[in-house]
Design a protein around this ligand. Structure first.
Ligand code: LLP
Length: 421
């Protein structure tokens, strides 16, 4: 459920007409709903009620500080994957003890930044990383709390580019080697092993792969405890999918997920962490764009928008489906026609949808891409020298620009031409 609904024939973001935002900031832009962000965070928080837990929002999904602060003030922790994300979370006021550092290639500099600034735990992904982490911690006179990410070799049954839990993926240590790696970790002076981490992929629409992975984590917990390790925290990653296409069966809800976590891991008395990104931010954001031209091609009509693949890359990168709706509500029973919905970037991959049924649209009409809040703005680029598009946050009847559109000069003046050119 989200808070983007038609009211009096116009699409609203909570209580704000989307067309008013377009008039104020120009198109294209991203708009997020505070109520939707908070609702989704709380669904997870409540789903784990009764277990000691922390929901660490995977900020890679949408990392504007206004979003981080909104969630942080509600009690969320953050899952970060780079020194930049760590700094951004801290700048948004998230305390170090609520920040988890994930990622397959943390550099010594990034590790130092987090150790100096305060960190809840590092999710370690390899033995070389463990050694560097220990050495940096010792050099700072600190001991780093860690979990070790295990690769359970489970098929997440999602798009190949976002599956992470199979043995051929670069993530984690093979679960079969876990006992040896934990023994190694226990011998390092700068490290305090506190738990296990697992994350098998993103946009999972079935609980079975999660359950299979978590069952393996449960077995491993018992084994490692028997080996003498203190396993008191389990980080279960993120990955629960969202309904992009309304006609498809809805993925399981956070409550179903929470019940499964309790069923598979509840008896271990561990503190549980989860790292959802998409389910918190995905349906909390729209990308709004304007029709520049409607062009008749050979047997098809192209809807040419001012938004492009550089602004929302998911369709080009993952063949992802995003619902596209007109900002002015079509009359009930309005005739529809198929359009190829495209952007102005100079490659055919700049196609949002092919033969999508939409009501008749004309130049200057506004359209909204639904479910664009996660992996939208954060994955945008300036390809074709198109400035990054603004982000707007709505709360009730108020809205604010939370990242403004840079000027062309700001974008262009980042280049320097050496005097010898
Ligand atoms: N934890 C870890 C260690 C992750 O790698 C990820 C996502 C998450 C948590 C959050 O997963 P979520 O709950 O959002 O599914 N750009 C792609 C998605 C990449 C996901 C990467 N890792 C897309 O647009 O579909």
């Amino acid at each position: 459920m989200d808070h983007f609904l038609y009211r009096d024939g116009v699409l609203h973001a909570e209580d704000v007409p989307v067309a008013d935002i377009a008039a104020a900031v120009g198109t294209p832009f991203y708009v997020y709903s505070t109520a939707t962000l908070l609702r989704h965070f709380r669904l997870f928080d409540e789903a784990l009620e009764g277990m000691d837990h922390l929901v660490c929002y995977a900020m890679k999904a949408a990392s504007n500080q206004a979003i981080l602060k909104t969630l942080g003030d509600a009690g969320a922790g953050m899952d970060v994957v780079s020194g930049g994300e760590y700094r951004r979370a801290r700048a948004a006021g998230i305390p170090g003890e609520r920040i988890v550092f994930s990622g397959v290639g943390k550099t010594a500099d990034e590790i130092r930044t987090a150790l100096e600034g305060g960190i809840r735990q590092f999710n370690v992904e390899s033995e070389p990383e463990m050694e560097v982490l220990s050495a940096v911690a010792v050099s700072l006179g600190k001991v780093a709390p860690i979990t070790i990410r295990v690769n359970p070799d489970v098929d997440a049954k999602t798009h190949a580019k976002i599956a992470t839990g199979k043995s051929e993926n670069k993530f984690g240590i093979p679960i079969a080697r876990a006992r040896a790696v934990y023994a190694h970790a226990a011998s390092l002076a700068g490290i305090d092993v506190i738990g296990i981490d697992v994350h098998i992929g993103s946009q999972l629409t079935d609980l079975a792969p999660f359950e299979m992975a978590y069952q393996k984590v449960a077995d491993l917990t018992e084994q490692l405890r028997a080996d003498g390790h203190v396993i008191r925290r389990l980080d279960l990653g993120g990955g629960l999918g969202i309904p992009y296409e309304r006609s498809n069966a809805a993925p399981p809800l956070p409550t179903d997920y929470g019940a499964m976590v309790k069923r598979t891991l509840g008896h271990l008395n561990c503190e549980i962490e989860i790292e959802p990104g998409r389910l918190i931010a995905g349906n909390a954001g729209l990308m709004v764009s304007k029709v520049i031209y409607v062009k008749s091609g050979e047997g098809r009509d192209f809807l040419i928008l001012d938004g492009a693949m550089n602004d929302l890359i998911r369709p080009a990168m993952y063949d992802a489906y995003h619902d596209i709706i007109p900002v002015n509500e079509p009359d009930a029973g309005a005739e529809q026609q198929p359009y190829d919905v495209v952007g102005p970037v100079c490659e055919s991959g700049d196609t949002f949808a092919k033969q999508r049924m939409l009501p008749h649209l004309a130049a200057d009409d506004l359209v909204a891409f639904r479910s664009a809040g996660a992996y939208g703005a954060v994955m945008s680029s300036e390809y074709n020298s198109r400035p990054l598009i603004p982000e707007v946050l709505v709360k009730g009847d108020q809205f604010a620009v939370i990242r403004r559109r840079p000027t062309f000069d700001e974008m262009i003046n980042r280049d320097t031409i050496p005097e010898w050119v």
